[in-house]
Structures are given as C-alpha cells and as structure tokens.
Design a protein. Structure first.
Length: 112
C-alpha cells in the first residue's frame, strides 16, 4: 500500500514523537555511542537513526523501540516480569472485547 504523501498527525502525537526522539538522543550521548555504532547495532541506516532522533513520525515503530531500548529509554516497565504481567492482563482484556467493531445497522422503521 502506498504511503500517503501528507499524513496528518495530532499535535499530541507530534510532540510525543519529538520527545521520544530527544530522549533516545540523550540516552545515546550519555552512553557515549556514536550514530554509526547505534545504527549498526539497530541494523538500520544512520539517516534513519537521525530521523528517529529528530522526531520524524514516519519512522517504523520497531526501529524506534529498538533505538529506545539500546539508548536505555524505558518505554514500559523495566522489569521483564512486570512487562510480561502487563502484557498478560492486556491479552485477557482483549479476549473479553469483541474481535472487531461493526457499524450499527440501519434502524428498522416498523411504524406502519
């Protein structure tokens, strides 16, 4: 599927992506990792890492999460057991919810 040329993002999303990018950059610099070293560890190009650090919302979520993990930016619980527990609770909640959302059917007009 082709990528939309001008995707609209909410202000909240844009600010969050920029904040996360700045946190990744700060974590990378604190750990004294060069852009090239980090990109190599992530398995991506240096330019993609630069886009992540600048807060480009078009970057893949997997690459952003990997950058955060390497830079030491905690996105969720830092303890593996807590993360697994949180995931299990969420999976349980999803089992109780409908598999998909359907549009409401047209109202039946039965007034004769």
């Amino acid at each position: 599927m082709a990528k939309p040329p001008n995707r609209a993002y909410s202000r909240y999303s844009l600010e969050a992506v920029v904040l996360l990018g700045r946190m990744v950059r700060a974590g990378r610099l604190e750990r004294k990792i060069t852009e090239l070293e980090m990109a190599t560890r992530m398995g991506v190009s240096r330019s993609l890492l630069q886009r992540i650090e600048k807060g480009d919302p078009g970057c893949g979520i997997g690459a952003v999460f990997e950058a955060a993990a390497i830079a030491g930016v905690s996105l969720f619980e830092s303890d593996r057991e807590q993360l697994e527990s949180h995931r299990a609770v969420t999976e349980g909640m999803l089992r109780l919810l409908p598999k998909r959302v359907r549009r409401a059917k047209r109202a039946i007009k039965d007034d004769f």
